[in-house]
Design a protein around this ligand. Structure first.
Ligand SMILES: O=C(O)CCC(=O)C(=O)O
Length: 269
């Protein structure tokens, strides 16, 4: 029997990642793993989440939501679940996830972030068209985001929607500023003029996508929660744009060994 522990990407999936910028791995987390992670996530939310949030703020809302409903959405966004739950810490080293990431971006892999995006029933927030690159720009293309689904995400739940092949354009100019999270200019990229492909998923599925891929999602209009956790990994020789190259940039290595670049050697003072 194949379990999620010895999950292996097929050559077709790897090709799809490179040609389309994304693919979905079905059942990468088995039902026991999904249950444990989902229960612990609910515990974290109950214990730690206090804010009644609408989700990303910004003028994009005028272009994506009907008049009068622009501020009426709801979201639970929570970073770094591994700070609250050991099960979420173990996920960073999940065999199937690590093997998949290694097949996509090489053998020395550094973890970057984990963040829950939960869309409550009926008015869970939409996301505007964007790339993830402007949120955490790095100096190379080998950055993969992994959307781990804790719930089924059918069309009505506001599943991820992608523009296949759009990652090949590299970083695009976004509208950015104090007043908003980065989003693509709606006169150039908007669901009314830009075709996109929905990627519905089941709990336990993981969608892998390049941080250059344009994606977005609609409101959750279903009567169920849609919880997913995005975990970002990149090749260990990449650094954040603007980072002082002589200063170490350290986060967990989840695969392989990190080589020193221009960083000063470590000493004990
Ligand atoms: O999960 C979604 O609905 C959108 C997620 C997204 O845009 C992101 O993780 O950057």
């Amino acid at each position: 029997m194949t379990t999620s522990r010895d999950f292996q990407l097929s050559p077709t999936q790897i090709d799809q990642y490179h040609s389309d910028g994304y693919f979905k791995a079905e059942g990468l987390f088995d039902s026991d793993e999904v249950k444990e992670l989902g229960d612990e996530m609910n515990g974290i939310i109950d214990e730690w989440w206090g804010e009644d949030s609408i989700g990303w703020r910004g003028p994009w809302r005028d272009h994506y939501l009907p008049e009068g409903q622009q501020q009426e959405t709801r979201a639970v966004f929570l970073s770094n679940p591994q700070y609250y739950s050991a099960a979420w810490g173990r996920v960073l080293f999940h065999q199937g996830l690590n093997d998949s990431v290694r097949a996509l971006i090489g053998s020395a892999v550094q973890w970057h972030h984990s963040v829950l995006h939960a869309k409550p029933p009926e008015r869970g927030t939409p996301f505007p068209m964007h790339q993830d690159y402007p949120f955490y720009p790095h100096d190379g293309p080998h950055f993969v985001d992994c959307l781990v689904h804790l719930d089924d995400a059918p069309l009505a739940s506001g599943c991820l929607r992608v523009l296949p092949g759009s990652h090949k354009q590299g970083p695009l100019e976004h509208i950015e500023g104090e007043h908003t999270r980065p989003y693509l200019p709606p006169d150039l990229y908007h669901p009314s003029i830009t075709e996109s492909l929905p990627v519905p998923a089941k709990a336990g599925d993981v969608i892998f996508f390049s941080y250059y891929l344009i994606h977005w999602s609609e409101q959750n209009q279903s009567d169920s929660w849609r919880r997913s956790v995005r975990i970002g990994f990149h090749a260990a020789d990449m650094r954040p744009v603007g980072h002082n190259p002589t200063t170490p940039y350290h986060k967990f290595m989840i695969d392989g060994v990190k080589k020193r670049g221009e960083e000063a050697k470590l000493t004990y003072k």
